[in-house]
Design a protein around this ligand. Structure first.
Ligand code: EPU
Length: 441
């Protein structure tokens, strides 16, 4: 299997990148489409392996879901016949736990494996499960099998306040509430724009969901009806990846299909770092940066803060900035898998331990005082990067390492490309179109 990139870096790039549909919307609308009693057509769905794995998983349950043409998927949940999610399929795709919603509506009773154990930390779903219980769903975890068993005797109802926000947790509770009874209120809900795209999809199909900041009001309805194909939003994580590439290589790249407001916190940070991104047209951003970048300090936090998915990109960018930069990761544990890899290219990065007064509040994961964490790094720049042999350990870090190799002088090998392909559509082609020297071998 072709699972490595050979990259010859150090070139200036130029051209336009058309962003693909957002992975983190595609996966959720595909699952939500299983709530309908009819076929649902979804557009702008990226052809990435996470989507393929999810479609395979749905087929393994008896549902019908697949690409009918480029970037168009049709989902038909009427033929679902199994209420137990297979462990092998589920292990490949973390959002499999969101199948609780369609399976409970279809069978009133279902078995879903624990999605925990992920490369970016333990990633438990305790808040989501508490929310399900508050909405009148019985959920029981069997530690012998690693499965959750859930049953729904009556339609979901009630309210839930997240102790700390959860992006997919908010989405699952929305999916459970949409066909529920009476008014359901979710408080301290997550604010990511991908959640709002899911809400837009459901509301266009007749749902009654209203967001007021962190409060989401759901008025249960009896049936969803897909009036027309639904086209999902662009991938803002992909936008950030290519903007980083442009700024780090001092290239001129135009990013299409993105509105500024979706990546506002990233653009503000870029400005601080002395890089510039301007509005090319209403839906296009133009990036170029000819100045020496300035070192920055940043902490990640959920939307509207600086998103955790973007910090690996930022670390690469800061290897090119003048001075000492710091990145504090607050959302996930274990999200610095790329640090050792960047060091192989000559980056000067080390882990630091800034004092944290109230870690239980400061971190968005469930902080355990008995555990050792690496949540902050210092980067010293500017540093000329050289080629090397790298390994990708998680999706977003994967794109980061490819970018680092594109900045570095000389040849690099980046292993583990299948991890990057889980979330980036036509990554190699997009880089080649910009004039980058990359091939998959
Ligand atoms: N958490 C818990 N308990 C819960 C829920 C979350 O401890 O019940 C913890 C998580 O372990 C994490 C923090 O709370 O440390 C925030 O987690 P959240 O639930 O908000 O994240 P997620 O839903 O698991 C989604 C995206 C991530 C993105 C984050 C933040 C999808 C499929 N994943 O994860 O995207 O980084 O929200 O916006 O939507 C990616 O695309 O590669 C990716 C990791």
């Amino acid at each position: 299997m072709e699972d490595a990139f050979v990259i010859k870096g150090g070139k200036k790039l130029r051209g336009e990148v058309k962003l693909s549909g957002a992975k983190n919307v595609a996966l959720k609308v595909i699952i939500a489409a299983l709530l309908f009693d009819e076929k649902v057509t979804l557009q702008n769905i990226p052809s990435i392996s996470d989507v393929t794995e999810l479609l395979n998983l749905i087929e393994s349950l008896g549902g019908k879901a697949g690409f009918v043409e480029e970037n168009t998927v049709v989902v038909d949940g009427r033929s679902l016949k199994l209420n137990k999610v297979d462990l092998l399929y589920a292990s490949k795709i973390r959002v499999s736990f969101m199948l609780f919603a369609p399976l409970l509506y279809k069978f009133n009773h279902c078995f879903v494996p624990n999605p925990g154990g992920c490369r970016i930390g333990a990633r438990p779903i305790d808040r989501t499960v508490d929310g399900m219980k508050k909405m009148n769903i019985d959920v029981f975890y069997d530690s012998k099998t690693g499965y959750y068993e859930a049953s729904m005797k009556n339609k979901p109802t009630g309210s839930y306040t997240f102790p700390k926000p959860s992006h997919t947790g908010t989405e699952l509770l929305i999916m459970l509430g949409v066909l529920g009874k009476g008014q359901i209120i979710l408080d301290n809900a997550a604010l990511e724009p991908e959640i709002d795209d899911l809400i837009r999809f459901l509301n266009l199909a007749g749902a009654k969901i209203k967001r007021e900041g962190k409060k989401i009001y759901i008025e249960g309805i009896s049936k969803l009806h897909a009036n027309s194909p639904f086209s999902i939003m662009s991938d803002r994580n992909e936008a950030v990846t290519f903007i980083t590439l442009a700024c780090a290589t001092k290239s001129e790249i135009i990013i299409s299909n993105i509105s500024r407001s979706l990546i506002d916190s990233f653009l503000k940070k870029l400005k601080q770092a002395n890089a510039s991104v301007t509005e090319h047209t209403a839906n296009q951003l133009s990036c170029s940066s000819n100045f020496l970048l300035k070192a920055t300090k940043l902490e990640t936090s959920p939307h509207p803060g600086f998103m955790t998915d973007w910090q690996p990109n930022w670390a690469v960018l800061m290897t090119q900035a003048n001075g000492e930069s710091f990145i504090y990761e607050r959302v996930f544990e274990n999200r610095f898998s790329y640090v050792n890899e960047l060091r192989k290219l000559g980056a000067q990065i080390d882990f630091v331990k800034p004092p944290v007064n109230n870690p239980q509040e400061y971190f968005f994961f469930n902080f355990d005082p008995n555990k050792k964490y690496n949540q902050a790094i210092r980067i010293v720049g500017p540093q000329k990067l050289h080629g090397g042999a790298l390994t990708i350990f998680d999706l977003r870090a994967g794109a980061t390492l490819a970018i680092a190799a594109l900045i570095a002088e000389g040849e690099s090998i980046v292993n583990g490309v299948s991890i990057l392909n889980r979330g980036y559509e036509n990554f190699t082609e997009k880089i080649i179109n910009l004039g980058g020297d990359i091939k998959q071998v």
